[in-house]
Design a protein around this ligand. Structure first.
Ligand SMILES: *[C@@H]1O[C@H](CO)[C@@H](O)[C@H](O)[C@H]1NC(C)=O
Ligand SMILES: *[C@@H]1O[C@H](CO)[C@@H](O)[C@H](O)[C@H]1NC(C)=O
Length: 532
């Protein structure tokens, strides 16, 4: 009698909010003593309240504000005798009634930074969020002289973080997760394709944004751009002001092709840009006339043309006109172009920190780079039958004003899958959809309706998460596709002002349909565009 009263009382107690909160906090604090997983060490487990600020160490990104009461777990997974992956799992209190979903977020560039901003966004939406450092600290390539660390960057960090992150989630909540998602842009987009190609069973839904696929070819293209652009002050070189003039000329020639003069090329592939329009006449120069020399015009033409190597070997598509030259200047059009490729050559290819791109690189070097597998860094397998068979979904998008990863990379990849699997787009649609996004720079930014609610975007657009309906995001479109079976026909894009205010909207159409102005009405209203 007495004991049944006690247990009835305990049962009631279990239902109280205070008890549930205490249990959550205690489970979090004691996580290290209860979680056992191969090669995994729990470095810390701490309860963190919504609103707390977490600083991003190791000179990675800015501090982020936590958007959910959660258990923050930090893990170290040993991947070899000389390598390890540091990862975090953010487990929100509000999880079971939010669909029991897990989401891993991808990295940028050389990795080395845990993507806290995306993790804060995802955990705020009720996902258990997983993020990792790709196997080393900081956005640097010097660590890749250890091939184990390079291997982690290419794919192994993804595999171990997926395994440990899911195990930690299931253990903590004492139940099985329901659906798992991966989202990533740039290097994260490459990681997304790697997962779709080689580990199609791991994630129910994947977003690959502006993927740095064909990675070795991208490195070659960086190297070639360094020679095309030349060093600062050389005849081939254009200053940032001159690139801005190129952009203005691009808009003058091509902005109206889509029916609207708004600073955004809806389809830059239709812009047959002639930089010759900027050529200096006799006796003219940049300072007095704002014109370019014939040599500089050649530079511009080469940057916007496909790249070929020895014996006409295709390397990659060209950059697109009407990109984001201000941002691109740092990486592709200015004095620092080629530095990433030089790091790749120094620390991955030759293990020689004195290697000089400008003095040593030739088209034979390009062949060496493209012919090697580098543990699968190409991430370009065009056979997605594993993904198709699993029923899992891949949503690809790419900004059409991307000056970092040529948008043509995504068109090439989409086409290679169609050709390999011999499928028309209507049949690819069941597992793989591609959305070109006009006016979007690399992952975020640009003059168009470029906030789509995808990876790497929350950090870039202040206020976006709070001002734009979460239900219209690319992430939400992916969840609907996976869980309700309704794949997106368009991606809703928002052009946001400095405080997150909405200036324009557009529904970006699924390839191969084109986002087309209806010919009348306010072009900032999405209803005045259609898919044709
Ligand atoms: C992937 O890239 C490698 C190296 O460039 C190339 O040999 C291979 O044909 C590519 N595979 C596909 C499917 O495009
Ligand atoms: C498709 O890709 C697979 C795996 O990479 C390859 O073995 C096969 O030959 C390719 N098929 C076609 C038709 O290209």
């Amino acid at each position: 009698m007495r004991s049944s009263l006690v247990s009835a009382f305990s049962a009631l107690l279990l239902l109280t909010p205070a008890y549930a909160q205490t249990k959550f906090t205690n489970d979090c604090t004691s996580f290290a003593t209860t979680f056992v997983n191969d090669d995994t060490e729990v470095l810390s487990s701490t309860y963190v309240a919504k609103g707390a600020v977490i600083s991003n160490p190791d000179s990675c990104l800015a501090a982020v504000t936590v958007r959910a009461n959660m258990c923050r777990i930090k893990l170290k997974v040993t991947t070899s005798s000389t390598s390890r992956v540091i990862m975090e799992v953010w487990l929100p209190r509000n999880w079971e009634n939010k669909g029991k979903r897990v989401l891993m977020t991808g990295n940028g560039a050389w990795g080395g930074c845990i993507p806290f901003a995306d993790m804060a966004w995802a955990s705020g939406l009720g996902f258990a969020a997983i993020g990792h450092d790709t196997g080393h600290v900081g956005n640097v390539a010097t660590v890749f002289t250890d091939t184990e660390v390079w291997k982690d960057w290419v794919y192994r960090s993804l595999v171990v973080a997926t395994q440990a992150g899911k195990a930690a989630t299931n253990h903590f909540y004492e139940t099985s997760l329901s659906k798992s998602y991966f989202i990533g842009c740039s290097t994260g987009g490459r990681q997304a394709l790697k997962l779709a190609q080689d580990y199609p069973d791991e994630y129910d839904g994947i977003i690959a944004a502006a993927p740095a696929a064909y990675w070795p070819n991208l490195e070659v293209s960086e190297a070639l751009y360094a020679f095309i652009v030349g060093t600062e002050g050389s005849p081939t070189f254009l200053s940032s002001a001159q690139w801005n003039a190129v952009d203005a000329a691009t808009m003058a020639q091509c902005d109206g092709i889509d029916g609207v003069v708004d600073g955004v090329l809806e389809n830059p592939m239709r812009c047959d840009f002639r930089p010759e329009a900027l050529l200096c006449g006799p006796g003219q120069d940049w300072n007095s006339n704002g014109c370019l020399t014939a040599t500089q015009v050649q530079t511009v033409k080469k940057m916007y043309s496909p790249l070929y190597g020895n014996k006409g070997r295709y390397i990659l598509p060209g950059l697109v006109p009407g990109g984001d030259p201000i941002f691109g200047y740092f990486l592709k059009y200015g004095p620092s172009v080629g530095l990433a490729a030089q790091d790749f050559l120094r620390y991955v290819v030759y293990n020689d920190p004195t290697y000089s791109l400008r003095d040593q690189f030739t088209l034979d070097t390009a062949d060496v780079i493209m012919d090697n597998d580098w543990f699968g860094a190409h991430s370009n397998k065009s056979d997605l039958s594993g993904l198709q068979a699993s029923g899992h979904k891949l949503l690809l998008y790419h900004g059409l004003a991307d000056p970092v990863v040529q948008p043509g990379v995504s068109y090439d990849y989409y086409s290679s899958v169609a050709l390999n699997m011999s499928l028309p787009s209507s049949e690819m649609d069941s597992f793989f959809r591609f959305f070109p996004v006009s006016g979007m720079s690399h992952c975020a930014g640009g003059l168009g309706a470029s906030y789509v609610g995808g990876p790497s975007q929350p950090a870039f657009f202040p206020g976006a998460i709070d001002n734009v309906p979460a239900g219209n995001s690319a992430l939400s479109a992916l969840v609907k596709w996976v869980e309700e079976g309704t794949g997106p026909e368009t991606l809703r894009g928002y052009k946001l002002g400095p405080t997150g205010d909405v200036l324009a909207q557009k529904d970006h159409c699924k390839y191969p349909l084109k986002t087309t102005y209806k010919g009348r009405g306010d072009p900032t209203k999405r209803g005045n565009w259609e898919c044709t």
